[in-house]
Design a protein around this ligand. Structure first.
Ligand code: DX5
Ligand code: ZN
Length: 232
């Protein structure tokens, strides 16, 4: 399995969210953003319980896997992530990110996910305090800060979550940790700058990439152009 640390941490990377693609021609859509310079593919997995929407399961992930070389970043917005994580890894997911809000014992969940051989990420919703995730930073590969309420693409960016990115970035620097800060929701060529300045290095963008009027390549170039802040 490839390592998530093959993806650089010292510059801005872009993870287009498949949620904003035309599901009637998924392979074409994936090829389009791969050729346009995407760094990885963000897969939003929703169960209709943790969030009020249902998206894709392991079968769909498996069916797109042979058609792209992109790193598969699975964002599980589901209850009982451990029940399904193995199936997603078998289907080709290389990073499994679960929501801390679903778990009583996140350390256990992280340890169990490690056994699957995938990279491990933890996500926090906009209203979840950053303190909940800090104890786990030294045992994960990525923290995903949600900048919209999870459930749907196309929502407006919530700048109030940026302080959480700053706190996490400071902690990473102080403790010399090695993990990605991914931010997800309402990221576009305008909001990306504040996100990068606050310490996020990996930008999830659905609408802003798949539905950009000037095409995906322009969209990704503009996101890549954001400069990391001083606290990076
Ligand atoms: C929301 C998802 C996001 C979403 C991003 O629950 O986690 O990944 O698809 O979409 P945009 O970029 O359109 O806000
Ligand atoms: Zn997501």
């Amino acid at each position: 399995m490839r390592s998530i640390f093959d993806i650089p941490q010292d510059k801005i990377t872009v993870a287009p969210s498949l949620l904003a693609a035309d599901f009637g021609k998924l392979n074409e859509e994936i090829a389009r953003i791969e050729n346009a310079g995407a760094d990885l593919l963000h897969l939003d997995i929703m169960d209709g319980h943790f969030v009020p929407n249902i998206t894709m399961g392991p079968m769909l992930v498996k069916s797109i896997r042979p058609h792209t070389k992109l790193f598969f970043d699975a964002h599980l917005m589901i209850e009982e992530p451990l029940r399904y994580a193995g199936e997603f890894v078998k289907a080709g997911a290389e990073l499994i990110t679960f929501h801390i809000e679903t778990e009583k014992d996140p350390a256990y969940t992280i340890a169990e996910l490690r056994k699957l051989g995938c990279a491990v990420g933890v996500s926090i919703k906009p209203k979840t305090p950053v303190e909940t995730v800090l104890p786990y930073l030294d045992s994960i590969d990525l923290v995903l800060v949600m900048s919209v309420e999870p459930g749907f693409g196309g929502q407006s960016f919530m700048p109030e979550v940026l302080d959480k990115c700053r706190i996490i970035r400071r902690e990473i620097n102080q403790k010399k940790l090695k993990l990605h800060i991914e931010i997800d929701g309402g990221i576009d060529e305008h909001t990306v700058h504040a996100a990068a300045e606050a310490g996020a290095n990996m930008m999830v963008a659905g609408t802003a990439v798949f539905r950009h009027k000037e095409g995906a390549e322009t969209a990704i170039q503009r996101l890549h152009a954001a400069r990391p802040g001083e606290i990076f």
